[in-house]
Design a protein around this ligand. Sequence first.
Ligand SMILES: Cc1cc2nc3c(=O)[nH]c(=O)nc-3n(C[C@H](O)[C@H](O)[C@H](O)COP(=O)(O)O)c2cc1C
Length: 163
Amino acid sequence: MARVYGTMQTALVTCREELEVFGKTTQIDNIITVDWHMPCSFEPFLYAICIGKTRASYNLIKKSKCFVVNFIPFTLKDAAWFCGRHSGMHHDKFKEAKLTKIESNHLDCPKIKEAIGYIECNVINEIETGDHVIFVGEVTHQELKSDEKRLFHNGENLFMTTQ
Ligand SMILES: Cc1cc2nc3c(=O)[nH]c(=O)nc-3n(C[C@H](O)[C@H](O)[C@H](O)COP(=O)(O)O)c2cc1C
């Protein structure tokens, strides 16, 4: 069933941190699919993402204090679905979703080459809501590469784009 609060633009948030896995320090580069994201100040330019406390990405962003919002074309629908249904604790989502990893302009954080645009952020605030946390990011770089049709989500596996 469609959601009562309607259609939202789906984005992929990328993040990086070092984690202790079985006593070994490993660098994790991860991707999480998000519908809950928004600009929240012009001056300074701030952008917020809302991340569930159970997500692997929650721990990564809480520690690294940075993230990139990758705005994606409709053609990446299957990759977005994959990244939204699998945990970065058990999957290399760049590899498995066949997305190309590139480095951010101003952060020690990966981003996705196939995206149509980016917002790169340093976390300046965290707001506990209920089971999610809003990470408020100060934008260090923004870039729009193309005007390809974007991916929108209306609940479950119902995706669409503009005409
Ligand atoms: C279309 C779509 C939108 C989603 N939006 C959000 C979101 O805004 N915030 C969130 O915490 N999880 C969201 N999720 C769920 C996460 O993407 C999912 O739990 C993911 O597996 C978490 O990955 P991680 O454990 O590697 O961080 C969404 C999933 C889908 C499919």
